[in-house]
Ligand binder design. Structure first.
Ligand SMILES: Cc1cc2nc3c(=O)[nH]c(=O)nc-3n(C[C@H](O)[C@H](O)[C@H](O)COP(=O)(O)OP(=O)(O)OC[C@H]3O[C@@H](n4cnc5c(N)ncnc54)[C@H](O)[C@@H]3O)c2cc1C
Length: 457
């Protein structure tokens, strides 16, 4: 058994792990990064990137179908799923190559294999021990299912949904959160008959109610069926299909059942608990500086309770690398992490929902909603939706919520406004280019500052 030492040993090469590796290397630390599958993890290979490629193919399908409405002659002939997959896989492959190049350029010692944390600051891979001055646990997450609902055959998770080599006719999507809504959106654009089943009372239940209402309205228009506030009771599959039963007594027949009920922390089987790492409900518990209960052992990404998003993982990875290098970075504000659901239409938000703001600041929270009906660019794009601002009493804007095609691209400005604790009066004088969708944000701030421009009262 050889013992190999480095300043930093990282277990897991997904968004959190590789961001920590690159930042630590930039700061002059020697880094060993252990990855059992592919550098890039869930986001690059089975998450963010391939889903957004499918969503773009879906958008092109919709645009082709609706080309006539803008006077362009085109005919939609169908989805060539092999072509869609080739496009998607090509993007992933290119980014993967780029990432491998970056690891090399940063002189990260990339170890291929499954690692076990054996205590102290040591991780073992195939009999070789890697000891760091510090260790970061970054083993990510897996697709969850419900008790009694086994994945397999026609009952699939997002991993399988991403690599289908056919377009199903009818799908039931269990879960109306981000992943469920994005797949429902893709499939509907591909001509699939989709029904979403969500136990909570609304789609995207973690978002402001305004966003759920807008999305539900758009999905109704798109003929995406959804049943909210209803529990799933069971599924039976055979050669012909899958029958999904609900507690209402209803049964829905489909070709596939996509289980999108959230992601569980991948913290079992890697030695964590045995080594004394504090774990609750499967998550690795850290303090706000991402320290576990063990000295010099940190954790980042989806195994740490909170939003399971790639950019949170990146930021946490950077944070820990800087912390270890003695830079005392500023603690990450979880509410300042932007959230985007890339469906058609998109949902984008940062900060508190109206109800969270009321819990925190009391009933005097102010809100303003600007309808995209008044935004020229949104009309040109034929999208509807709106921008909702949530403002603390005598305080800054504490939440921005947007629905509409492409509003995900506006989240950068919303995030700056939130993070800099801007008052409407600070933002109102800033000029937004015309005609852009950023004007919708500008208009909302003008109105909240008491000087509405393109607003019908
Ligand atoms: C369908 C889908 C769509 C998504 N879309 C988005 C999106 O649009 N935007 C967004 O921000 N987020 C999105 N996410 C979430 C995002 O993918 C995750 O938040 C992110 O990947 C978490 O990064 P991580 O480093 O914590 O874990 P992961 O990316 O899961 O990486 C963990 C890595 O650790 C490795 N590993 C595990 N155990 C071991 C071991 N014992 N030894 C060695 N290696 C090990 C794994 O192979 C994996 O590569 C999506 C997720 C899914 C499933």
């Amino acid at each position: 058994m050889t013992d190999t030492s480095a300043d930093l040993v990282i277990l897991g090469g997904g968004s959190g792990g590789y961001a920590a590796a690159f930042r630590a290397a930039e700061l002059g630390l020697s880094v060993t990064l252990i990855e059992k599958d592919k550098l890039g993890g869930t986001c690059l290979h089975r998450g963010c990137i391939p889903t957004k490629a499918l969503l773009h193919a879906a958008e092109v399908a919709d645009e082709t179908r609706e080309a006539d409405a803008v006077g362009v002659k085109a005919s939609f002939e169908g989805i060539d799923i092999a072509g869609v997959n080739k496009y998607k896989d090509g993007i992933v492959a290119r980014l993967y190559k780029g990432l491998q190049g970056l690891a090399k350029a940063h002189k990260v010692n990339l170890v291929e294999g499954s690692g076990t944390f054996v205590g102290g600051t040591t991780v073992e891979v195939d009999g070789t021990r890697y000891t760091g001055k510090n260790v970061i646990l970054a083993t990510g997450s897996y697709s969850r299912t419900l008790p009694g609902l086994e994945l397999g055959g026609r009952i699939i998770a997002s991993e399988q949904a991403l690599s289908l080599d056919y377009v199903p006719k009818k799908v039931v999507v269990l879960g109306g959160g981000v992943i469920g809504v994005e797949f429902a959106s893709v499939w509907a654009s591909f001509g699939v008959d989709v029904t979403i089943v969500e136990a909570l009372p609304r789609l995207v239940p973690n978002e402001d109610e305004f966003a759920s209402k807008q999305l539900e309205r758009a999905f109704r228009r798109r003929k995406i069926a959804f049943k909210t506030g209803v529990r799933f009771t069971g599924a039976k599959q055979d050669d012909n299909g899958v029958a999904v039963s609900l507690e209402s007594g209803e049964t829905i027949e489909a070709d596939l059942l996509l289980v999108a009920v959230g992601r569980g922390p991948n913290s079992a089987g890697h030695g964590y608990e045995e080594a004394g790492v504090k774990i609750e409900r499967g998550f690795v518990i850290t303090d706000e500086r991402l320290r576990t209960n063990l000295p010099n052992v940190y954790a980042v990404g989806d195994i740490v309770p909170g939003l399971q998003l790639a950019h949170r993982g990146f930021q946490q990875g950077i944070f820990v690398a800087e912390e270890i290098a003695g830079q005392s970075p500023r603690v990450i504000d979880e509410s300042g992490i932007p959230r985007v659901t890339y469906s058609h239409p998109e949902v984008a938000s940062v900060g508190l929902t109206e109800s969270q703001a009321k819990d925190k600041y009391g009933a005097d929270v102010t809100t303003f909603t600007y309808d995209l009906g008044g935004n020229g660019k949104s009309q040109i794009l034929k999208t509807s939706g709106g921008v909702k601002l949530v403002k603390a009493p005598d305080g800054p804007v504490v939440g921005v919520h947007m629905v509409g095609d492409r509003v995900g691209e506006l989240i950068g400005e919303a995030q700056l406004i939130y993070s800099w604790e801007a008052f409407p009066e600070d933002v109102a004088p800033l000029i937004h280019a015309h005609p852009t969708q950023t004007e919708a944000l500008g208009e909302a701030f003008l109105a909240l500052a008491g000087k509405p421009l393109h607003v019908h009262s």
